[in-house]
Design a protein around this ligand. Structure first.
Ligand SMILES: [Zn+2]
Ligand SMILES: [Zn+2]
Length: 601
């Protein structure tokens, strides 16, 4: 049996070995063409590989093309990859003689007892632990592509030199490469970070800062619609609305545990050096709403009759994440979320958890995202070295066992995420992937048996005893900025009618129809349909194309005959001609689709 039969591309280890071998071939090609380039590192990644080079000129597309051509030659040369070892001093002297300072640094950083291995293919030798394919001939010469080149700091350290990183991807067959490249092109078209800016949903500006997006009128409108809907839905489900401060003294976060467990993630208002000096005043912007909403419960003595108490708030939160992590509307430093905390008796836990899950599923289903969600039961890791978790092992075992029973009773199909829990308890995380396949949490429901006690929360039970309640922390649609990003990607900008910033655009064919158009606009607007008229003296075809590019759901074309008959000619953004209708008829159709949150087109 040949080696290929034992290893397939579906096998992650094999795939990564293949891609990593490609990185050696790429480095060899670069050294052949540009001997002055210095080699840094070249690992495989989730979708291909990269290699970092230090070079005195910038790689352009022409360079990448030349490197690709040289790589094809190397594949056809069928060079064997031969492993060898060298003692540390010899290894350093060798890489020094080749003029590779980054490799020398890497060897110096290896532990004293490390085996230092090299792989040689033809005239090219690289420091590497392996493994690799046994020959460059195993790489299909027509099924790889260098996809991009960008700057990357040596060792990810912004104080070190900026190197050039070339990315590549490879497959066993050319058809698979072509399919992948096509899919990436489609993803780029849907990427909210591009499309959302082009359609003017949001922008970012340097003087405000990274991760602090500005919602332009269209984006602000969509988020307002989502918020109103969720607030109304929560009211129907027995939630009490709260409005609590965006900041608090450090004393509050000390009680909640955020001061100990999350301080680096918070924006402190005051001198960070005084953070532990109690004689100096210190505030912090809130990273979550929990400790604020607990004060609502604590406002007066509570009995079992007050429970469950479901508190909801459209809450703006602040998280001091690394600027390198920022991405459009998905990873931001300030965001708004439908936060909620349910204070309950232990025997109410399952029922309330179920209610939270139903609300989240309803919300995600209504906007068309549920079908692409996955569920993760996020648990603690007792061995977490950073002392991340509060509470005793017994408390964690109880919380996780209870949650497992609930999830199994509700027949939730979940995966387990170890060391993904909140510091106060396990979570059910609803996960969603962006167009490039990068996964983030969109909604979370968390069971907390610890924090109520820390805040002195108690209630008088039926038997007259004082007891400590349980808490559920939950969201129902995730943070609105992130949800907007996913919706733009999911619908390629063509959001369902009910949440489109502009729902109808009226397109008069001639100036004669302007008054009719304005009347109609007034009538639709009065009925709550977001309508605008395009009164420019452009050709109709041009106006239609522009409305379609803006993804406006309905276009009402008005010609002379429509004016005579008192009708409108209805077209959809998908290019379907629905023919002439009476304005009332169109309005009724539109209002029904809005009321039912229709997303059929
Ligand atoms: Zn290697
Ligand atoms: Zn919370």
């Amino acid at each position: 049996m040949s080696e290929e039969n034992l290893y397939t591309f579906e096998n992650e280890a094999y795939r990564k070995t293949y891609w990593h071998t490609c990185s050696h071939v790429m480095a060899q090609a670069v050294k052949r063409l540009y001997p002055q380039a210095k080699l840094a590192i070249g690992p495989s990644i989730d979708n291909g590989w990269y290699y970092d080079f230090d070079c005195d000129f910038s790689f352009t597309q022409e360079h990448l093309d030349a490197i690709e051509a040289e790589m094809k030659k190397i594949c056809k040369e069928r060079l064997q990859l031969v492993r060898s070892e060298k003692p540390r001093e010899e290894a350093i002297a060798y890489m020094d003689s080749l003029g590779e300072p980054y490799k020398v640094e890497l060897i110096n950083d290896l532990p004293a007892d490390a085996v230092i291995s090299f792989y040689t293919q033809g005239e090219f030798t690289d420091l590497c632990a392996g493994p690799h394919l046994d020959s460059t001939g195993r790489i299909k010469a027509n099924a790889f592509k260098l996809t991009q080149c960008c700057g990357a700091y040596w060792r990810g350290d912004s104080k070190r030199k900026m190197l050039q990183r070339i990315y590549g991807v490879a497959f066993p067959k050319k058809e698979e490469l072509d399919a992948y490249l096509l899919q990436q092109e489609e993803a780029r078209k849907r990427d909210h970070n591009k499309l959302g800016r082009e359609l003017e949903y949001f922008t970012t500006v340097d003087v405000i800062g990274q991760g602090l997006p500005i919602l332009l009128p269209k984006g602000a409108r969509v988020i307002q619609l989502l918020q109103r809907w969720i607030e109304d839905e929560e009211q129907k489900r027995g939630y009490l609305l709260t409005k609590t401060p965006l900041m608090a003294k450090r004393d509050l976060y000390r009680i909640s545990g955020h001061w100990d467990h999350y301080r680096d993630g918070m924006f402190l208002l005051g001198n960070r050096d005084d953070a532990d000096d109690d004689t100096k005043e210190m505030y912090a912007l809130r990273p979550m709403t929990c400790p604020f909403q607990y004060q609502v419960f604590l406002n007066r003595a509570r009995s079992y009759r007050d429970l469950p108490m479901r508190l909801g708030e459209t809450s703006t939160l602040f998280r001091n994440e690394d600027s390198g992590e920022m991405h459009g509307l998905i990873r931001v430093r300030q965001f708004t979320i439908s936060e909620g905390h349910l204070v309950l008796r232990p025997e109410q836990l399952e029922e309330e958890f179920k209610g939270c899950l139903e609300l989240a599923k309803y919300a995600l289903d209504t906007v068309g995202m549920l079908e692409n969600c996955t569920f993760r039961f996020s648990q603690w890791d007792p061995a977490n070295p950073n002392n991340k978790y509060e509470g005793t092992p017994e408390q964690w075992e109880l919380a996780q066992a209870t949650m497992k029973t609930i999830l199994d009773d509700l027949k939730v199909d979940y995966t387990v995420g170890v060391d993904e829990a909140a510091f106060y308890g396990p979570k059910l995380d609803i996960q969603y992937k962006n167009v490039y396949g990068k996964e983030d949490t969109i909604v979370t429901i968390q069971v907390d048996m610890l924090l109520a006690e820390r805040f002195g929360m108690e209630y008088t039970d039926v038997d007259g005893q004082k007891k400590i309640p349980y808490i559920i922390h939950r969201t129902s649609l995730g943070c609105y900025e992130r949800t907007l990003a996913y919706l733009i990607e999911r619908f390629a900008g063509a959001l369902p009618l009910w949440m489109m910033p502009t729902q109808v655009r009226i397109l008069p064919i001639t100036d004669r129809a302007h008054d009719y158009a304005k009347d109609l606009e007034g009538k639709l607007s009065a009925a709550g349909i977001r309508t605008e008229s395009d009164l420019r003296s452009e050709k109709l075809g041009y106006k239609i194309r522009e409305a379609q590019l803006q993804k406006i759901p309905y276009m009402l074309v008005i010609g002379d005959r429509d004016m005579e008959n008192g009708t409108v000619s209805v077209r959809t953004r998908g290019g379907v001609d629905l023919g002439a209708m009476l304005p009332d008829e169109f309005m009724a159709k539109c209002l029904t689709e809005i009321a039912t949150k229709d997303r059929s087109f």
